[in-house]
Design a binder for this molecule. Sequence first.
Ligand code: BJW
Length: 255
Amino acid sequence: MSELNPELVERTAQWIAEAGVVVVFTGAGVSAESGIPTFREARSGLWAKYDPLRLATVDGFLNDPRLVWEWYAYRRKLVREKEPNPGHVSIVELEGWADELTVITQNVDSLHKRAGSTNVIELHGNITRVKCFNGAHVYPDWNDEAGKDVELPPLCEHCAQLLRPDVVWFGEQLPTGALEESFRLAESCDLMLVIGTSGNVQPAASLPAAAREAGARVIEVNPEASEITHTAHFMLRGASGEVLPEVVRELRKRT
Ligand code: BJW
């Protein structure tokens, strides 16, 4: 936290106060302080331990559906045990200073909604939801305990296809409505806060550039430089659970 520049915190608060339409674009880093691992960090990221081609692609699922199901069941349990952190809570508080604020998240953990954010677009789905393989039947808030005596993965009770997590794997299309709405908001917002993403995964990673090209102010919050840093006007370097409460404190001083 020592590296956080108070002038940049003040400028962030000023830009939020001046903005009408705000987009908060988040990635795994915003949930790191809740105890949910990120993907690409060298030692602690999921992809340092697990192979994304085996666990987060359709081919990986068809090759070993039970392995993939069990990995997601383990992660469903983890996210349900965790709580929103001060970063999520601060994002909820920012709603009070904007005419319109939308959270566009790549996260599948529901923590923005559980913190109380009202407008949340989930670009990569939601891990607590399950759907049949062709996507026709969706089971919200899947209960792993209820199905623990059946062979895994369970089959859809309507069409008997394999059930899978309702998340977006590599090579799959993002939900069309969510993606279109996200680009529309990026291209029309006054300010985009980019929080806790490495900016490696397309097409989500193009949203900050779309915002900047359309004239929005862009601020990044991250302890490390990312693929998106060059797109931002400036960066607040630090953990979002520490940086964002500082921004909220600065905003409160102005009221
Ligand atoms: C902190 C912090 C703290 C730490 N506070 N910060 C163009 C070019 C090249 C490739 C492609 C391209 N277009 C498409 C692709 C292919 C691919 C892709 O992007 N590949 C690249 C990796 C090379 N994209 C896709 O396949 C996408 N689909 C698609 O494009 O379809 C098009 C299509 C067209 C026609 C036919 C068919 C398809 C789908 C992408 C799906 C991504 N899925 C995952 C898994 C979700 C399910 C699950 O959870 O298991 O989504 S992968 C994973 O990465 C997850 C995340 O949402 C996503 C982004 O990761 P994120 O959030 O940025 O996390 P990290 O770990 O990378 O970064 C964490 C950051 O936090 C770091 O910067 C830290 O410093 C920071 N941090 N602590 C604040 N306390």
